[in-house]
Design a protein around this ligand. Structure first.
Ligand code: OGA
Ligand code: MN
Length: 307
């Protein structure tokens, strides 16, 4: 059983904001913070003195204090990079994920699986997504920035159009979408929740990138936290790609930025992942910096954020 760090996210942010060295100021408006970050100023004067800090600066500061992968590893029920853990792999009783996927997630913060879903189902979902798009059901993500459902950052950061979906809406969701949502909220969530502390809400979103270089700049989906009681920060991001016949020149790759280890050495190189039909990428939301490179062909994905 891993120990949970007492030095939680809130106190680390507070320390970031009150350190008087060359720290950037805290934001007046909160638009630069990740969607899940709630800045609740309290009475303490030190907090009010500081003014502005961008999300990138805050993440940089937090990363310096504590390697984000190590922070997120403390949310796992077991340390997985030990021989002892590997001896017990057969006890994990996973429903759909491989032990390798879980080990990748723990050791590197992300994993990729290409055969989780039936391709006919994924193709069906793609057709439904095409229909939903032409019915005008998608909204520019940058436009609904201040919407409570996705108070997401900077309007220039992303060109995608999105539609929130909900597995509970089974009377409204088209059939293939419902099937995929049932899978993600069922077996896949069960597997992840058996390894990682997940007690909060999952959100589901369809996203569309237009073929004229739509992109999403480098970002992280959540702040790194190891607080098991936190239900506001996203913990796991799951992305299913819906693009048949995508190939090299079509762009739209998911770029995963390599990270540094505690000693400041490069641990892993940048990777570009083609958004191929049926491919699933899973990563720890508070750990992995990523971007969507300019798409040259219509690009759809279904994303789930688990807490
Ligand atoms: C996101 C995101 C990546 C992708 O929506 O936050 O990073 O590959 N998407 O669609
Ligand atoms: Mn993202």
């Amino acid at each position: 059983m891993s120990t949970v760090n007492e030095d939680g996210l809130e106190s680390r942010i507070l320390r970031a904001a009150t350190t008087n060295t060359e720290l950037p100021d805290f934001p007046d408006d909160q638009s630069d913070l990740p969607s899940d970050f709630e800045y609740v100023p309290d009475e303490e004067e030190e907090v009010e003195e500081v003014e502005e800090m961008t999300e990138t600066e805050l993440l940089q500061y937090l990363d310096q204090q504590d390697n984000p992968l190590m922070v997120a590893q403390r949310l796992f029920y077991h340390e997985l990079n030990t021989l002892n853990a590997q001896k017990h792999e057969h006890d994990w009783k996973l429903k759909c994920l491989t032990t390798k996927a879980i080990e990748d997630l723990y050791a590197h913060g992300w994993t990729q699986m290409d055969t989780l879903l039936d391709l006919e189902v994924v193709k069906g979902l793609r057709r439904e997504a095409d229909t939903m798009l032409s019915n005008g059901e998608f909204t520019a993500a940058s436009e609904i920035k201040s919407n409570e459902e996705d108070p997401y950052r900077d309007t220039n950061a992303r060109d995608d159009m999105i539609k929130w979906v909900d597995p509970e809406n089974n009377n409204i969701n088209p059939p293939y979408l419902q099937k995929v949502l049932d899978f993600i909220s069922g077996s896949l969530h069960d597997d992840l929740a058996s390894m990682i502390r997940l007690h909060g809400k999952t959100e589901y979103q369809l996203a569309y990138y237009h073929p004229k270089d739509a992109q999403y700049e480098k970002h992280r989906d959540a702040l790194p936290t190891d607080n098991p009681d936190d239900t506001s920060q996203r913990r796991v991001t799951v992305i299913l790609y819906l693009n048949p016949g995508f190939c090299g020149g079509d762009g739209g790759e998911l770029k995963i930025f390599g990270n540094e280890n505690a000693q400041g050495c490069l641990d892993s190189a940048d990777r570009e992942i083609h958004p191929l039909l049926g491919r699933v990428v899973i990563f720890l939301s508070g750990v992995v910096d990523h971007a969507v490179l300019p798409a040259k062909k219509e690009r759809f994905a279904l994303t789930a954020w688990m807490r």
